[in-house]
Design a protein around this ligand. Sequence first.
Ligand code: GAR
Length: 209
Amino acid sequence: MSGRLRVGVLASGRGSNLQALLDACRQPGFPAEVVVVVSDREAAPALARAAAAGVPAVFLNPKDHADRAGYDAALLGCLAGHGVELTCLAGFMRILGPAFVRALSGRLMNVHPSLLPAFPGLAAQRQALEHGVKVAGATVHFVDEGVDTGPIIAQSGVPVLDGDSEASLAARILVEEHRIYPEAVRLFALGRLRVAGRRVTIDTEGGSP
Ligand code: GAR
């Protein structure tokens, strides 16, 4: 549908955040649409979710490329080929190189299962449990060249309960991921996110995304 922000999603696994974005995009009046889903894993359930939603699902095999720069260039080509205006990482478990990040600067988002800057990188929920924090949560942020270091768009906290396992905490955090990621995309699509250094603020009036 024309006039809606064209979103590309990169996902390596289960794809529940992808599903939250696909579901949001189906709501009447939502100002964005997912136009392509790309995965580095052929068997990723995310690709099946995309196909089920009628969205082009692309497997880009890292083994077909000599190095990360080559793979990243192929990813960029795929996104450009689908006219993607905003790229959302949704459980994409490959590190993206600086050239990729620079090319999409300000147009690349990620969701992470911690209250950043706490617990970046892998197994954030386990890191939170092992550290003994009482509040954990989810973060949506713009991606910069660091690991989970970019300007924070939205966060939501959840309690860590005494009996929590990694799985129970992850499930509680995931509910918040599914809520704040589509909201961040909506605000971006409406041109309401302003970035000044590390700070992202939300305009009450829309601008151009
Ligand atoms: C989500 O919890 C996401 O925050 C996390 O992977 C999971 C993917 O689940 N991402 C990271 O840890 C990135 N550092 P999903 O495939 O069901 O969306």
